[in-house]
Design a protein around this ligand. Sequence first.
Ligand code: DAK
Length: 258
Amino acid sequence: MYENIKYEVKDQIAFVTVDRPKALNALNEDVLSELYKAFSQFECDDDARVAILTGEGKAFVAGADIAAMSKMNALEGRNMMILGHKLMNYMEAIEKPIIAAVNGFALGGGCELSMACDFRLASTKAKFGQPEVGLGIIPGFGGTQRLPRLVGKGMAKYLTMTAEIIGADEAYRIGLCEKVFEPEELLPEAEKIAKAIIQKAPIAVGSAKVAINNGYDMDLKSASRFEIETFTAAFGSDDKAEGMGAFLEKRPAEFKNK
Ligand code: DAK
């Protein structure tokens, strides 16, 4: 079904792996389309509660495919840009968590792809950067927008204008990743974190993502209003009755996603 990615669901976790190691998992139209399909599969599968996105080999994703882009005219470039934005906006809209497990190079479009995930776990071998200006372009998959939202305007401009590639510790320091692990620990730790989320109420977890992602771009008053509505949906769920009942009865909650 897929040629450039792997998709596997195990213990309610969807593992999405970009699998094009000979080009350091660079994103071309096929990879972008397959990722879109994989995340649609994840969204519709009630047995998959959390996705972990990673890369095969020494890269997470080393960027958009430079060889493919070098041959594109402006219209073809625009089409690819639409596809990339569609994918990354879609990942943010899915009401289930998507974790980036950044195993290696996350450059250009790869850094942008990781930023469309809900949070980033990095291996000590991870390298982040937006090197586009060295290629005569600027970030084209939302990097000029998501990077400042994560690390602040000044740092986003610094990274984008200098094209500096930073390691995991610096990425952690500036808020571009949330945790750093030894390479062999990255996926097991990502799995542990996914399992911890799976123990929580699914509607509440999904609603938290919706509230944070949508409210972030609103003014505080509108965002507060939006939180009230999102909160109310979770408050009316059976899982709220179960979660609070379980606390009062001093037993573990058994959430039903209702
Ligand atoms: N695209 C295509 N091939 C790539 C690639 C990439 N981004 N990155 C690596 N490769 C290929 C290399 O060409 C090489 O292929 P062969 O020569 O073996 O055939 C193979 O992967 C292994 O790479 P290296 O031999 O270079 O490996 P090293 O370990 O020596 O170096 C590296 C690793 C990551 C430092 C180096 O490969 C590198 O600098 N790669 C390019 C990184 C980069 O500049 N990435 C940003 C790309 S620009 C847009 C939307 C979005 C974007 C643009 C436009 N619109 C739709 C218009 C986004 C742009 C970008 O992401």
